[in-house]
Ligand binder design. Sequence first.
Ligand code: UDP
Length: 460
Amino acid sequence: MGEEVKSQAKPHVLVLPFPIQGHINPLLQFSKRLISKNVAVTLLTTSSTHTTILRRASSSLSGRASLPLAFVPLDDGFEEGAPTGATAEYLAMFKNKVSLSLSDLISSMDPKPAAVVYDSCLPWALDVARRFGVAGASFFTQSSVVNALYHHFIEGRFREFQDEVVLPAMPVLKGGDLPVFLYDRSICPPLHDLICSQFCNVDEAQFFLVNSFEELEVEILEWMENVWPVKNIGPTVPSMYLDKRLGDEKDYGLSLFNPKVDECLTWLDTKPPDSVVYVSFGSLAVLKDDQMNELASGLKQTGHFFLWVVRETESSKLSSSYLEEISEKGLIVTWSPQLQVLAHKSVGCFVTHCGWNSTLEALSLGVPMVGMPQYSDQPTNAKFIEDVWKVGVRAKADKEGFVTKDEVVRCVGELMEGEKSRDVRRNAEKWRESAKEAVSEGGSSDRNIDEFVAKLWQMK
Ligand code: UDP
């Protein structure tokens, strides 16, 4: 561990994300907020991601004396390039190895850290921390509504395959609006179990932190306060896009992928304002071949410029003839600097899988969304994007989840030129302001972070 971190008298926290992009980003950004409030942070990586993380940690992280963030790898049983598949065997091995390694680390520390902030998907980290008398803060990377749904499901208030659920402090939800693993466990039993495990010992955690903000989920928050001492600390979007208190960080600063920054920004610079459709399905979603082709045709048919992230592992699904056909209108990259893209004035809407980070990023940057949810909590996010926050439209899918090209054209048209576009843009602007206020000095999330930091000082 960095000498700098050890010698400081401020409270020290260990931050443990599940090592996938959508979980690293919010925990890393939260770490930056803590550091800015005089807390020392060690970010725990894993042996399989550590080298990539250090290689890719951009200057916004490692190069600035103002951001002393130490990285310590925990052994997950793999060298560089571990399998990322969510098999039961992998998750069990991850738990065994990483909890042992975490235990060794804490045991070697003197003084002990004030707290372990752990990804809620890794509830066993709390057991390790408690063994050493160290406080645990469970950090939820999904919305409060989704947390509430998991809670109700675990409590038996609805079952799998239910057509409709009526629960307190949220709209009536159809089966297709529910987190996928709650609607049908068979889709991926290990993930279903992982997700439900988030709540197994949360009552013993000292802190319940959620990457959301009060104004966005006010009703559910009021309800939830009777169940857990929830503190919203988000959105964990780099501050340059919100309150600007952490300097000019353009991105999270730590990518497992290789963003094509110049290629995207140079291309966007040549396009008129609000003329580009940005398309990304995040770091994990795998589209079926026929869906990929249909989306490809749909994007072409919209007639708009489009910037589409097709990860390397997905790229063989697009034909070379398609790439030639769209070369005038489209740019396809294997990974984008998503925040810089969303913030670019030429981007008019975002076709998204509605991952929670992507949703919060678009809300924070005021970009209207076309929701094409794929799995996990994404259908619920898509429902809220369209019907509650009214910042986008959701593409209608058939029973198999397939979205036709005509539907892609309809949805993009609605946001780029349709009647709905003006209202959606107005709402998007409103949420952008609200997100900014939440993290600005004295805002709802800022106050919660201050409170957390004050408790860390007391526990130190
Ligand atoms: N992202 C990015 N470039 C891309 C696609 C995604 O930087 O080309 C980032 C995005 O900004 C977000 C994260 O990757 O912070 C994806 O998280 P999300 O929760 O949206 O989806 P997941 O990958 O977990 O499904």
